[in-house]
Write a protein that binds this ligand. Structure first.
Ligand SMILES: [Cu+2]
Length: 144
């Protein structure tokens, strides 16, 4: 095999492996997921699923029995609230300090919708200015 061909094959194998990783993370067999809230100048806050992009609205696919952790790294408190879907307990819904976490354990299949209610900036962060309307963080969790 020529060197060029070998490199091309290697590139194809790497691309296939990368594709497999993406498929695995999106599968319904995911049993834990972490969503992190961050502060940002435009829109005040966004959140991201593991190392994914930060956005105001997220969707997550989980397997039955999975646990979702929400971590608040914003400069203000957030309360996690369910807006629709099956009844489910939210442990420590009020995340009132940097690094506070809230947990939801899903035992039933269904489509759950959540949002957060943001509070006032912590005193030490009250000088921070943001631009645009504050985002309302929304999350759709599909449990199969
Ligand atoms: Cu914020």
């Amino acid at each position: 095999m020529s060197k060029k061909k070998r490199i091309r094959r290697l590139a194809a194998a790497l691309a296939a492996a990368a594709g497999a990783v993406i498929v695995a993370s999106a599968s319904a067999h995911t049993t834990t997921a972490t969503v992190t809230i961050r502060h940002q100048t435009h829109g005040c806050h966004t959140w991201a699923l593991s190392s994914g992009p930060y956005k105001p609205a997220l969707s997550v696919q989980l397997a039955r029995g999975a646990t979702l952790t929400v971590k608040n790294n914003d400069v203000m408190p957030h309360k996690l609230v369910r807006t629709s879907g099956p009844a489910v307990e939210i442990l420590k819904a009020k995340m009132g300090r940097v690094g506070a976490t809230s947990r939801v354990h899903f035992t039933r299949a269904g489509v759950y919708k959540f949002k957060t209610k943001a509070g006032e900036d912590y005193v030490w962060a009250s000088h921070m200015k943001t631009t645009g309307e504050d985002n309302v963080l929304r999350l759709t969790v599909t449990v199969r």
